[in-house]
Design a protein around this ligand. Structure first.
Ligand SMILES: [Zn+2]
Length: 183
């Protein structure tokens, strides 16, 4: 599947979004915590315990694996669309997978951005149906964190969707570049 293109001479850089900027780090972290709490408190089952030994282990291990699997799914879709190995960055507050020399069209890029949160949410939604009461709220918390921590992916997909037809996206991990045709 080909989702990347050569940047022709008639393209110019239209916008750069740098997720390292303090305003993104600050607003996304606050919003992400708020979203995770909201989802958790709306959907939790009060008769099920939150903190059992098994659920605490599940929450810590689940969240750790979630971050890695999330980035691997981005990388898988980067590879599917561009046959390019993604490069990864992991820090305490941020993880990313990018392909800095590939120019993706809008729809391919939105698939790359949203695939992890959709696939992991589906998987956890199925898992929660088969869970024991001990684990239910733990799985729910991991599901909530999975959705809330994808706030950057939702944001970048929204921005990509609002760009004009023919826009190309280059993803350096924490910095996205948008290119549009001049003529
Ligand atoms: Zn992501």
């Amino acid at each position: 599947m080909k989702g990347y293109f050569k940047l022709e001479d008639n393209y110019i850089e239209n916008e750069v979004i740098d997720f390292n900027k303090k305003r993104y780090v600050f607003t996304f972290n606050i919003a992400s915590i708020a979203i995770a709490f909201a989802i958790f408190f709306i959907f939790r089952v009060q008769s099920c315990p939150i903190f059992t030994v098994s659920s605490i282990i599940f929450i810590i291990a689940g969240y750790f694996f979630l971050v890695i699997i999330h980035e691997l799914i981005h990388a898988l879709f980067i590879w599917i669309f561009s046959r390019k190995k993604a490069h990864f960055k992991f820090s305490l507050i941020y993880a990313s997978a990018g392909a800095s020399d590939r120019y993706f069209d809008r729809s391919s890029y939105i698939v790359i951005a949203l695939a992890p949160v959709i696939i992991i949410s589906l998987f956890l939604s199925i898992l929660i149906n088969y869970s024991s009461p001990d684990l239910y709220n733990g799985i729910l918390l991991v599901l909530a964190l999975n959705i809330s921590s994808a706030i950057g992916d939702f944001y970048i997909s929204f921005i990509t969707a609002t760009k004009e037809k023919g826009t190309l996206v280059r993803d350096e991990g924490e910095i996205m570049h948008f290119y549009t045709k001049t003529t």
